[in-house]
Design a protein around this ligand. Structure first.
Ligand SMILES: Cc1ncc(C[n+]2csc(CCOP(=O)(O)OP(=O)(O)O)c2C)c(N)n1
Ligand code: SF4
Ligand SMILES: [Mg+2]
Length: 305
């Protein structure tokens, strides 16, 4: 039965070994539905590779290549060049995806190179905001205030003290014709964006927020709710940058924002911001930064920038 009008065909089979409530598994299911049969997928090391491939089983029903942690964009570049030489570049979708550790940090140079060269492929980051597979180390995508094993919260630390890297803007500034943020909390919106990214000629990017109950220390049954709250509180706004111009999807205005506490309180990685007493300074900082980020996005959209 078609759910939410999405294609019924499943290319990421059930029975893989992801944790219960894994947002990344939902993200991959969606990516493969949007890519469809005529696609070549490239993925580096990370949770999804590990849970989907132990011999002799595989969850992949599409051509899928595993690369090293740092180089899915380079492999995609080579495939694009080969398809071009074979005259098949308009027949096959080249879709690379990786976790945030691979995308924001270790593979970033390769992504930057592939975007600068202008290959016709899509890169999707399933963003669970830390290096989950190796035990929850902080990455450039980890949000301010989150406790990880390498940004632990304690008497003198509030967890990570640096704001999430703005990779979406960085890749837009490479001249990409289409970049967008998406969340597994809004599946049809995410599906539309992935499809648009794949159908747009040139190097395109979607950052897809994917709850990780293990690393976020959140209830497994709340993964979708939390991914929606990320958007509704403005901590993770949904927007697109199409040919350099911003389009805001939601929230549309700062007056629409839910309190950031609604999102933070649901996750153990932010528990220290509320216990033993509420850390007003850190939460105020998050609230103000969220507001000013959204105001900036709205201003750009209004000015057609
Ligand atoms: C060059 C290199 N460095 C480190 C590792 C070890 N490693 C494997 S998976 C992983 C974490 C991946 O994090 P991310 O890309 O965010 O994906 P996730 O596990 O969160 O899905 C690390 C550090 C590796 N395989 N190769
Ligand atoms: S650790 Fe997180 S990302 Fe990895 S399989 Fe479990 S829920 Fe999914
Ligand atoms: Mg990760």
């Amino acid at each position: 039965m078609a759910i939410l009008g999405l294609p019924e065909e499943e290319y990421f089979a059930c029975g893989h070994r992801a944790c219960a409530g894994c947002g990344a598994a939902i993200a991959i299911r969606l990516i493969t539905k949007a890519a469809g049969r005529n696609s070549i997928l490239i993925e580096p090391t990370g949770c999804i590779e590990v849970v989907s491939t132990p011999y002799p089983e595989t969850a992949w029903r599409l051509p899928w290549i595993h690369g090293a942690f740092e180089n899915p964009a380079s492999i995609a570049s080579g495939i694009c060049a080969a398809l071009k030489a074979m005259g098949k570049e308009n027949e096959i979708n080249v879709v690379a995806f990786g976790g945030d550790g691979s995308t924001y940090d270790i593979g970033f140079g390769h992504i930057s190179g592939a975007f600068e060269r202008g290959h016709n492929f899509t890169f999707i980051c399933y963003d669970n905001e830390a290096y989950m597979n190796t035990g929850i180390q902080r990455s450039g995508a980890t949000p301010y205030g989150a406790a990880t094993t390498t940004s632990p919260a304690g008497k003198i630390s509030i967890g990570k003290e640096i704001w999430k890297k703005n990779l979406v803007q960085i890749l837009a500034d490479h001249g990409s014709p289409y970049v967008a943020t998406a969340s597994i909390g809004y599946l049809t919106d995410a599906y539309r964006k992935i499809k648009r990214a794949i159908e747009t000629k040139g190097p395109t990017f979607v950052n897809l927020l994917a709850t990780c109950p293990t690393g976020w220390r959140s209830p497994t049954e709340k993964s979708i709710e939390i991914a929606r709250l990320a958007v509704e509180t403005g901590i993770y706004p949904l927007y697109e940058i199409i040919e350099g111009r911003h389009v805001i999807n939601r929230p549309k205005d700062v007056s629409d924002l839910k309190p950031v506490e609604d999102y933070l309180k649901m996750q153990g990685r932010f528990r220290h911001l509320f216990r033993p007493e509420k850390n007003e300074k850190a939460i105020n900082f998050i609230r103000e930064r969220v507001k000013s980020n959204l105001e900036l996005l709205i201003e750009r959209a209004q000015k057609n920038l």
